[in-house]
Write a protein that binds this ligand. Structure first.
Ligand SMILES: Cc1cc2nc3c(=O)[nH]c(=O)nc-3n(C[C@H](O)[C@H](O)[C@H](O)COP(=O)(O)O)c2cc1C
Length: 158
């Protein structure tokens, strides 16, 4: 089994990364896993050109495709997102927007979609105390899962 831990924050030196590394350390030995940080990937923002609806692929060439290869290779995803202004960090939103190629709203008959059967666990964290912001972030991850044919296995916030 492969587990992909996605740090949806800006950096791999903060609390988000620590939470994911702690979860990774708890895995049984025969599970392969890696932790990636979206903020350290070169992923350009969606230009809204909608050419992916016409062609089934994105016009931009950056790290998005290799990232989706890693996501598709995993059976389990763990996404952790910190609160930035009571919402997901910008690079995570950029990533979600770029998933317009892969999601179930893309009408192109041969657009790339993820293999079925994946499960995602969602973590959210923030500096403040009230849970509302974290619930919103988990809702965003759940919405993404819904359109990517991924089952939300559970969620937790810090
Ligand atoms: C740009 C920015 C905006 C933030 N906005 C909020 C916020 O609205 N609410 C909150 O509770 N924490 C906010 N925080 C704090 C982060 O959620 C918190 O420090 C978190 O640990 C950051 O993750 P990291 O340590 O992995 O970078 C913000 C942090 C940054 C950098």
């Amino acid at each position: 089994m492969q587990v992909l831990f996605i740090n949806a924050g800006a950096k791999s030196s903060g609390a988000t990364q620590q939470i994911l590394l702690t979860a990774q350390n708890a895995l049984v030995p025969d599970v392969t896993s890696q932790v990636i940080c979206l903020g350290e990937r070169n992923i350009g923002f969606c230009k809204g050109c909608m050419s992916c609806y016409e062609t089934g692929t994105c016009a931009q060439r950056d790290e998005m495709e290799s990232l989706m290869d890693a996501i598709d290779a995993a059976q389990v995803l763990v996404i952790a997102a910190p609160s930035y202004w009571a919402d997901v960090p910008g690079q995570f939103k950029v990533f979600i927007d770029r998933c317009t190629v892969y999601g179930d709203t893309n009408p192109h008959p041969s657009h790339r979609a993820l293999r079925s059967g994946k499960v995602c666990y969602a973590f959210a964290l923030r500096a403040g105390k009230r849970p509302m912001e974290c619930e919103h972030i988990i809702g965003t991850i759940a919405y993404w899962c819904g359109h990517m044919n991924i089952q939300l296995g559970g969620s937790m916030y810090f």
